[in-house]
Design a protein around this ligand. Structure first.
Ligand code: F3S
Length: 472
């Protein structure tokens, strides 16, 4: 996802004084978007302005993603495009180019040589330093042949607080709330812990203060994010916290306590849980969701596979039986909940039998929302070094088969919704989202154009259009 926006000019600036204008390209996931928002907040506070027009920017920032090869390519493409743009016009040749985000955090050392056109690389710990870094770059003439400056520090520790300057780049009615940063899980295919560091949770007080402020501003949907939202608070628990520790408020801060505190905030809004890990789900969490009506009947729980040999090879810390039991308990405990998950097709060593087991599981579980990724071999991961990598053709064929299966299930599910009354949040004239749809990743509900944007509405589903619904 790419984002660029313009900030209002700060009123405190004396008239006529030139502003520093900054272009910002935000790639990757919602966690990266929050980081972009933090940089934008610091720029705004310092009297700098964001501009959607790269031609008039004094500085371009590309906030990169490095999750899979395609994301890296997109990031490199955005950096090269920013550089090409400044080279094309003489007056922009002084424009500075900063590369931030996951790719910079992990690969700045190597990129310094391969991308000499970049002026500076910054990592997660430098998000709040963006203003002095920009001022430093603008104050000095870069010498020909000089290497890019590398501000990145290894093992980032940064975590935002409720008063961290932030300028939201999402629509006014929806916001991402980053409740923790980093990840302690050892998934063998994933490089994110190497970029984002160890798991560190914010305090409940800090998150509740931020949520209160957002609701007071009119936000109708708080999307709780982190690498693993179920691990929230566990990094501060006393004693040993194993890889399968269950969400348990008797041990200290936990997701359940956080949800109950957020539920107490007055107002009409959804709390949406994204990125949960099946290893940590407890009955306490299921009961809490059931008892907190503001928590959307929607849960995102990436499972990645269901065959035991694959779960083990992926180092998912869960078994097939655990996942199957958990899904039954979640559905029984929170009737009507929409389950969203993701799977990886074509992991190294995935046999025909493993894949057939996955298809059978998708068929019988009938997830309300499901995404399938083709395995991507990522340098620096354990999985990359495994034996038995499959050909691109096999990965593609398996991915297509899983997607086709889910498409049929999704069409049956949307058709079965016709005639039901549902609550939606209106996103734009004529377009809304239901409780079962997270921003950016899920389906839409087409609604009458006169429904007010940014408000909840009750509609009756009158038709289904593939994954989307039509409400009246
Ligand atoms: Fe990409 Fe970093 Fe997010 S690798 S998916 S931007 S955590």
């Amino acid at each position: 996802m790419s984002t660029s926006t313009t900030l209002p000019s700060p009123a405190s600036k004396p008239l006529g004084e030139p502003l520093v204008k900054v272009g910002l390209v935000s790639l990757g996931c919602a966690k990266n978007l929050v980081d972009s928002e933090i940089m934008a907040g610091h720029l705004h506070k310092a009297g700098m302005a964001l501009t959607p027009n790269a031609d008039e920017a004094d500085v371009m920032i590309v906030n990169t993603c490095s999750f899979i090869d395609a994301a890296k390519e997109e990031s490199i493409g955005a950096i090269l495009e920013a550089n090409q743009n400044r080279g094309m016009r003489r007056r922009h040749q002084q424009q500075k180019l900063i590369v931030a985000g996951c790719m910079a955090q992990r690969f700045a050392g190597e990129l310094k040589t391969s991308l000499p056109e970049v002026d500076a690389f910054i990592g997660l710990d430098q998000l709040t330093q963006i203003v002095p870094i920009i001022e430093g770059l603008l104050a000095k003439e870069r010498e020909e042949e000089a290497e890019p400056e590398n501000f990145v520090t290894p093992q980032p520790k940064f975590i935002p607080d409720f008063d961290t300057p932030r300028f939201r780049l999402t629509p006014a009615h929806t916001a991402y709330v980053k409740i923790a940063e980093g990840c302690n899980h050892p998934c063998s295919f994933c490089i994110i812990p190497q970029m984002r560091g160890r798991h560190r949770s914010r305090t409940v007080e800090s998150i509740v203060a931020e949520a209160r402020g957002l609701v007071a501003e009119g936000v109708k949907e708080l999307n709780l994010i982190s690498q693993d939202t179920t691990y929230f608070g566990m990094d501060r628990w006393e004693g040993k916290v194993g890889p399968r520790a269950l969400v348990d408020s008797s041990r200290g801060d936990s997701l359940t306590y956080l949800l109950r505190e957020l539920q107490k905030i007055e107002g009409d809004f959804w709390i949406r849980l994204l990125y949960t890990h099946p290893a940590h789900w407890s009955d306490e969490l299921i009961t809490t969701i059931a008892e907190c009506p503001k928590v959307a009947r929607y849960v995102d729980m990436p499972l990645q596979h269901i065959s035991d040999p694959m779960l083990e090879a992926m180092r998912r810390e869960t078994s097939s039986q655990h996942i199957r039991d958990l899904i039954k308990r979640i559905r029984a405990g929170v009737p009507g909940i929409a389950l969203r998950t993701t799977f990886i097709a074509g992991f190294p060593g995935e046999t025909v039998e493993d894949f057939e087991t996955l298809l059978a599981f998708i068929e019988e579980t009938r997830f309300e929302r499901l995404g399938v990724f083709k395995y991507s071999q990522e340098e620096g991961t354990r999985a990359a070094k495994r034996e038995g990598h499959l050909t691109s053709r096999t990965k593609e064929a398996r991915w297509k088969k899983a997607m086709a299966l889910q498409r049929r299930i999704a069409l049956e599910q949307t058709a079965a919704t016709v005639g039901r009354q549902i609550r939606v949040l209106v996103e734009a004239p004529g377009i809304a989202r239901s409780e079962a749809d997270a921003p950016d990743v899920d389906a839409r509900v087409f609604v009458p154009e006169n429904l007010p944007v940014g408000e909840f509405a009750q509609v009756t589903v009158i038709a289904a259009r593939e994954y989307d619904l039509v409400g009246a």
